[in-house]
Design a protein around this ligand. Sequence first.
Ligand SMILES: [Zn+2]
Length: 327
Amino acid sequence: MNYDRMRQEEQALWREIQSLMRRADEVDAEEDELYGPDSRGDELPEDLRCRQDRLAKIREAKARLEARQKSENSDAGNHPGLQSEVRRERPARTGLGPRCRPTGRRPPSDSGPGPLWRPAAPTPRLGSGSAPPPPMLEPAEALDRLRQGNARFAAGEVRACRPPTPEERAELARGQSPWAVVLGCSDSRVPVELVFDQGPGSLFVVRVAGNAATPGAVGSAEFGVGSLGCRLLVVLGHEGCGAVRAALEAEPGSLTPHLEDLVEGVRQGLRREPEGGAGPVLRNARAQAAQLLEQSALLREASEAGRLRVVAAVKDLESGRVAFDGG
Ligand SMILES: [Zn+2]
């Protein structure tokens, strides 16, 4: 995935929205010609359903566009053209869709520029009611949140990692805006959201045994950074990791082919990462972090441009504490 492709997808979405808007305009004009302004009275149930389906389609397309746009906006205005497109975007319409019969209580003709539809209030941005979305957390802020959350976890005072309220669920259903990517191990003792005491919608979590930078893990991290706009990527290892132990101790031929592939990635990482007083778990986390950057141009460029910070970390199983590499 790259910015050109994202931009193409956004432009396709934008064209789709414009097409829907144009079609809705045409249908409304036809209805007015056929039935006249007197038809703007009672609604029929089937018409309502048709209208709702149409609006749902338009809103879905807009939501997809806005979700992508949000991640682009966090990228220091690299795509001013797209941002201006969104500013030009028309608000949600209230008209009927194709083949819907004309009904609907339309606004009085003296209350707007057109006899059929007129712009409603500006469409709220996703994720924050009528306010603009908050900017993506700086890496240092995101890291601080993780530290604080982990301190709560280690102290047995978890409070953010809980089921969402109905209002929060509704908000989450409209879109996600996580502020950190975490590549962790699949180990059942390292549930990432709980370890960092973060609720749904906060962390974009990838879990692979040995927190290995497999192709799927790299792609997932690219999505978290490139599309969602996260500026912190943590590679979280843990003491007592079976994948690291297998990389050090497994007999040749003792693993299934897929598992061998995965463990070989850990093995290669350990060979490349100098010991220097660090244990194998931290060395593996460092090696997988380096692998992410080596394998992904998107992550590498974001890191080199200062938009992304990549940090290795290790969780101690007994204390629950996470030690971030470099303090
Ligand atoms: Zn593990």
